[in-house]
Design a protein around this ligand. Sequence first.
Ligand SMILES: [Zn+2]
Length: 123
Amino acid sequence: MFIEKGRYLKLEVEKRICPFCERREVEDETHFLLHCTLYNDLRDEFFREFSNLTHTKKEDYKNNDELLKVILGSEWKGKPNYKQLIKSVFKFIKRSMKRRKVQEGVKSDRLDTVHLPRTKTKR
Ligand SMILES: [Zn+2]
């Protein structure tokens, strides 16, 4: 199984003004996943997959919170393509975190501030 049952994606980042872009916003989940310009290209790619999998667009959601609930898994559970969606989110977060680490000058790519479901690699 790709995702352990009952666990959702959870992202915890330090609450400080994001040093990676010019938006001067607190670097929280919303900023990291939806706003930070450091990840624009990765995010565009993610939202293309998101639209294909959910048949919804980010503009379809009332506000960021509603959108984040879907992205972080709790609102799409049991719906079509749920596993693929989580996989796609996982990829986006992993790539973004890696880029973030590079920006910080940290060599390690340990995902120590992101808590993701345990996954098995399919071969
Ligand atoms: Zn930023």
